[in-house]
Design a protein around this ligand. Sequence first.
Ligand code: H2B
Length: 101
Amino acid sequence: MPRQKLDSTAISEKLGAVPAWDIDAGETALSQTFKFADFSEAFGFMSRAALVAEKLDHHPEWKNVYRTVEVRLTTHDAGGLTGLDFDLATAMDRIASSTGV
Ligand code: H2B
């Protein structure tokens, strides 16, 4: 059930695998601000992340200003965090770590 809202215990467990992400007080969303070398790398990251998002049918809330990308992940249908948010967070970490190499 990847689109089922996770409880606090499951969230704590999963957070261990994505330590770079912040969680809000209500445990409804993950957020991270990515900073790249320049706009081209930031947009490259977004392009690759967009393909993963489409594949998962799970889409980020995000904002890009020059070389910075602010990302917020939540599952609107569930009204909170689901496994899909953690899957997308993991994929974004992987993409960001290979961007610019
Ligand atoms: N993305 C996010 N972040 N949350 C959702 O609830 C969601 C989504 N729902 N992408 C999907 C699309 C849904 O609207 C479609 C119909 O599967």
